[in-house]
Design a protein around this ligand. Structure first.
Ligand code: ADP
Length: 425
């Protein structure tokens, strides 16, 4: 069957999170890194285009999202999803509202919903107010976010500041009555001229009801949670085959390695766990800053070890050490320097026969994927919540087939690095 769902995500790990949900619900899914320049891959039910548009200027976010939509339309998608963070990360200027309105306009429609709820991760929406665990969004640590401080938990009021059109609410009492009630309320809101409705949701059942009710809307916007019910709706509508092996990936053999650039507590714990049974090379940022070719040292070190089993090359360090590096070099310079070194290591490892690679850290993953010339990822089975095993799509013969697991810093259980290789194809 043809491509059904075209998704636009405002960041890389958010795109993976959504793709992971769609695969688990039975859609064969590819994540494209940026807007593809070639034809759509075959045998795919959903494509998630990962942009980096969360905090860029509004006009640029709108332009990139429109271009992604145009590509997805010509690829054959008939339903569209705009994915943002479950904490509604944005500023008073945008980019959620302006992008949603632009996409609606390009699709020739006048109504959509906005639902960031993700109950499994503690994000719920009640009477239009977003809660993070038991705290209102504006009382949660998100109020101190460096780029998108969220100081208003009332999403109806907050989204109104970003949009030209009217913002409404599908309240809890309606959602709790199930799909029929949600559908009727949305039709009523549309008639009354509402352009975007915040939809309350406290449970996974609510999210599935929203999917069932609104699966035929051209555009849905929200976190990955509200995508949960969509594949069922598409199957009911005859758009999607039942019983697809959505997470089936080709087997990829070769040497195994882990690259860690995240300094989050979860990653530090995973490195400690790995070190009990496998070799670890520690990248020293001070040596890097002195111009020493630490990447070459790491690659030389790996050569004798790769045949025996997975190796780990890490820049990750405890907060006091990171602070010392940042004090000396500045935060951005230190980050970019380490990312660059790890990207060179990734390229060198692949040249030395590594075909199965785990990367820890969101920015680090971005740098590695760029260095390897990877254009997309075919999404496979889940390793840990939010982190699937994937196979890279390069778009050129110069890059060999690779099995990849890209983990945002704080995700995964302590034994993640060892577990990943067991789940990877
Ligand atoms: P996370 O997903 O945990 O946020 P990222 O990879 O996105 O991880 O960000 C971690 C940042 O820290 C990267 O820019 C990386 O280059 C940088 N970094 C890694 N190790 C060190 C270190 N020892 N000192 C300073 N910065 C570091």
């Amino acid at each position: 069957m043809a491509l059904v769902l075209g998704c636009i995500a405002d960041d890389f790990t958010g795109a993976t999170d959504l793709a992971n949900t769609l695969v688990q619900e039975g859609m064969r899914t590819v994540q494209a890194i940026g807007i593809p320049d070639g034809p759509a891959p075959e045998d795919v039910d959903a494509i998630v285009v990962a942009l980096k548009s969360r905090t860029i200027p509004v006009a640029e976010a709108v332009a990139q999202s429109r271009a992604a939509l145009a590509w997805l339309k010509q690829a054959g998608a008939s339903r569209f999803f705009f994915k943002y963070c479950s904490t509604f990360d944005s500023t008073e200027k945008g980019n959620i509202g302006p992008v949603a309105e632009a996409l609606l306009e390009d699709l020739g429609d006048s109504f959509t919903i906005a639902c960031p709820a993700f109950p499994e991760n503690g994000r719920t929406v009640y009477h239009g107010h977003l809660f993070v665990g038991q705290q209102l969004l504006s009382d949660s640590p998100m109020r101190h976010h460096p780029l998108t401080p969220m100081t208003d938990g009332n999403l109806v009021r907050f989204l109104r500041r970003q949009t030209k059109g009217e913002v409404g609410l599908v309240p809890f009492r309606t959602v709790d009555h199930g799909a029929g009630a949600i559908q009727a309320e949305c039709e009523d809101l549309r008639r009354r001229g509402v352009r975007i409705a915040i939809v309350d949701a406290l449970t996974e059942w609510h999210l599935r009801c929203i999917g069932e009710a609104l699966g035929d809307l051209p555009l849905i916007t929200g976190g990955s949670g509200v995508a949960l019910g969509l594949p069922d709706a598409y199957r009911d509508a005859g758009l999607l085959d039942a019983g697809l092996l959505a997470d089936d990936l080709p087997t990829i053999a070769g040497a195994e390695a882990v690259i860690a650039g995240s300094c989050s507590p979860a990653t530090l714990g995973q490195i400690e766990d790995f070190a009990q049974s496998g070799p670890v090379f520690q990248v020293d940022p001070f040596k890097l800053a002195e111009g020493h070719d630490v990447a070459a040292d790491a690659l030389k070190w790996s050569e004798e070890r790769l045949a025996q089993g997975p190796v780990l090359i890490a820049a990750s360090a405890a907060p006091d050490q990171v602070a010392a590096v940042q004090k000396r070099l500045g935060r951005d310079k230190a980050g970019a320097m380490v990312e660059q070194a790890l990207a060179v290591v990734a390229r060198g490892l692949v040249d030395r026969g590594v075909r199965r690679l785990v990367v820890a850290g969101g920015e680090t993953s971005g740098a590695v994927v760029a260095a390897l010339g990877i254009k997309g990822l075919r999404i496979g089975p889940q390793i840990d919540p939010g982190v699937p095993a994937t196979v890279a799509i390069s778009g050129t013969d110069a890059v060999p087939d690779l099995a990849l697991a890209l983990k945002s810093g704080n995700f995964g259980k302590p034994e993640f690095f060892r577990a990943a290789f067991k789940v990877m194809p």
